[in-house]
Design a protein around this ligand. Structure first.
Ligand code: ADP
Ligand code: MG
Ligand code: MG
Length: 250
């Protein structure tokens, strides 16, 4: 059984159809890259999978571990193992990152029917994981994303991802706004979370990120559809030839 099956998905935002019949299959352990020009519907796809409100699915299906994902509320999707790292992480002034992580993690454990972490167990866990990702402890004491650099925000997302242990990670343009050093650090974090049981969907406009997170499959989106799929070499081809060739195909 595939981990994620998106079948002929049609999605509207404010009465306008944005996805026009999108099909995508992701198996455990696979890394898929989704590339495409601005406005092709990449973020819309990630939001619909995560269950963000405001999107109307008019046709098609999304199955996750064989179950109808569209029937589940966003919290349930997260509890079952869907994780979306947003393109623009929100700032939460006044809430320490540590507190936020603990609340979110315990809510998720509860939804999974697991016991909540005690304070010492949580501290141990978060220290272990942040150490393995080279995340400095003092970052955890600061307000969530408040005054974080682009790189720190991404590392915070990677830390959340590591703590939540999702089976599907969707990374929406995690390369946006990162310089090359920050990009490498964030990508190292993501690579550390690669596992035969976990799949990743890496959304990006640029080929550059895929030098660091090397995908098994690359899909090109244009105007709300997947117009071409291939192996990692497709990303290099696109770097050469650009997206214009797909505009007519879509
Ligand atoms: P990408 O992530 O590939 O840049 P998006 O999914 O953000 O593309 O957007 C796809 C299309 O949907 C664009 O034309 C965009 O203007 C439109 N769109 C996305 N979100 C909304 C929204 N909340 N309201 C109206 N139009 C939207
Ligand atoms: Mg965009
Ligand atoms: Mg986007």
């Amino acid at each position: 059984m595939a981990l994620l099956e998106v079948k002929d998905l049609k999605v509207r935002v404010e009465e306008r159809e944005i996805l026009h019949g999108l099909t995508l299959t992701v198996n455990e352990g696979e890394i898929h890259a989704i590339m495409g020009p601005n406005g092709s519907g990449k973020s819309t796809l990630s939001h619909v999978i995560a269950g963000k409100p405001g999107y109307e699915v008019t046709d098609g299906q999304i199955l996750f571990k064989g179950e109808d994902l569209l029937e589940m509320d966003p919290e349930e999707r997260a509890a079952r193992g869907v994780f979306l790292a947003f393109q623009y992480p929100v700032e939460i002034p006044g809430v320490a990152t540590m507190t936020f992580l603990r609340t979110a993690l315990n809510a998720q454990r509860k939804a999974r029917g697991e016991s909540e972490y005690s304070t010492p167990d949580f501290l141990k866990k978060v220290r272990e994981v942040s150490k393995s990702l080279n995340i400095p402890q003092d970052m955890l004491k600061r307000g969530v994303n408040v005054g974080f650099s682009g790189g720190e925000k991404k590392r915070n997302e990677v830390l959340q991802m590591a703590l939540f242990e999702p089976s599907l990670c969707i990374l929406d343009e995690m390369d946006s706004g990162l310089d090359i050093d920050a990009l490498r650090i964030a990508a190292d974090g993501v690579n550390a979370l690669r596992s035969p049981k976990r799949a990743m969907v890496v959304i990006t406009h640029y080929q550059r990120l895929l030098n660091y997170i090397v995908p098994d499959f690359v899909h090109v989106m244009s105007k709300g559809r997947v117009v071409k799929s291939g192996g990692k070499e497709l990303a290099l081809e696109l770097e050469e030839s650009g997206y214009a060739q797909f505009e007519d195909a879509a």
